[in-house]
Write a protein that binds this ligand. Sequence first.
Ligand code: IMP
Ligand code: MG
Length: 181
Amino acid sequence: MMKNDIERVLVSEEELKAKVQELGAQITRDYQGKNLLMVSVLKGSVIFMADLMRAVDLPCTIDFMCVSSYGSGTRTSGVVKIIKDLDIDLHGKDLLIVEDILDSGKTLHYITKMLSDRGTASIRIATLLDKPERRVAPLTPDYSGFVIPDKFVVGYGLDYDERYRNLPYIGVLKPEVYENK
Ligand code: IMP
Ligand code: MG
């Protein structure tokens, strides 16, 4: 069973639900009269995105991009590869980049730089989780769900080696799961 690989639950389903509503209300207030485009960075943010967009009570558009900075390890490589770019024209759009977790910040630093060259009106970052201890790139999220310690976590979209994304909560993965590989 998946839950046997989890050391402890860090953020429960109830806590996730409440936080997403809170962030959605905040975004709804901040983006009145704007041209909101929510951009989900695949695949980790897909569940957060699906919940967050339904908590935003405004007309908005969505798009997806897929980048890769990880192998099957637990640390970012620093090399960001665009696997799928955005389809929508970004001119005049108020972009809200929706991420699962801000770790070293290298991935988002690269993405925001690249997208800001395309005529966007504004770019902000919404991240569900933030590990500020691990930050290398100069990046602060505009909306952040939970600040968490430097532990490798999975669930609610986040994976280890493409697994555990379907856990309904955020859990700390037992180190032996990745250490014994
Ligand atoms: P960064 O470029 O180091 O900020 O990497 C961010 C990306 O690394 C996230 O979008 C995740 O895909 C992945 N990541 C970082 N920490 C974790 C973790 O604890 N669990 C699962 N994925 C993580
Ligand atoms: Mg990710």
